[in-house]
Design a protein around this ligand. Structure first.
Ligand SMILES: CC(C)(COP(=O)(O)OP(=O)(O)OC[C@H]1O[C@@H](n2cnc3c(N)ncnc32)[C@H](O)[C@@H]1OP(=O)(O)O)[C@@H](O)C(=O)NCCC(=O)NCCS
Length: 158
């Protein structure tokens, strides 16, 4: 079997192209059951946001198709520069080839180069694949609680 990662290229998305918008729209239901569909303007906002890094994985064995993405947000707090990995997704047909791990390593690299002290993320208990991936890469579970305020009318929790 060939090393499937040989054909994978990870870059930061800098243009909100139709191709990128279409790929991210395809990934959205794999990330959230309640998120509203978005338009290209939203992707434009994300790529222009200076504190947000949108990484994409392309598979050159598939004509350079976008097969995964990861969003990292960096912000300065009194306690230092923080990095939050907001989401990672690999298209179903491309999973278990190391792409999620490669995206996550690339995000850690970006965060460390920017001077972040830590990289945080949250993951539901039901996301077994994701949790195995994080633990394998050295993330550890913190003994803390994540709180969320949800306006009554919304009821959304993704
Ligand atoms: C989580 C996700 C991004 C992993 O992407 P991936 O490209 O398949 O992950 P990798 O191939 O890099 O896996 C790296 C390691 O994670 C673990 N892992 C990942 N998926 C796994 C699975 N289904 N079962 C068991 N272990 C798994 C393994 O240790 C794996 O290494 P190995 O294949 O050498 O055993 C992908 O499953 C996904 O997009 N899921 C839906 C969206 C999601 O849950 N995102 C996370 C939000 S918190």
């Amino acid at each position: 079997m060939t090393n499937h990662l040989d054909t994978i290229e990870i870059t930061e998305a800098v243009d909100a192209t139709a191709e990128l918008t279409e790929a991210l729209a395809r990934f959205l239901p794999q990330l959230s059951t309640s998120a509203e569909p978005f338009t290209r303007d939203v992707i434009e906002e994300i790529v222009r946001e200076p504190n947000t890094v949108l990484l994409i994985a392309r598979d050159h064995a598939e004509g350079g198709a976008i097969v995964g993405s990861l969003t990292l947000v960096l912000f300065r707090a009194l306690t230092g520069l923080r990095a939050w990995r907001v989401d990672v997704v690999v298209d179903t047909a491309s999973r278990r080839r190391g792409i999620g791990a490669a995206l996550t390593r690339a995000a850690i690299d970006v965060a460390m180069k920017q001077g972040a002290r830590t990289v945080d993320l949250t993951s539901r208990h039901s996301r077994k694949s994701a949790r195995l991936l994080y633990e394998r890469l050295g993330f550890t579970v913190r003994n803390t609680s994540v709180y969320r305020y949800i306006p009554r009318a919304s009821g959304k929790d993704d």
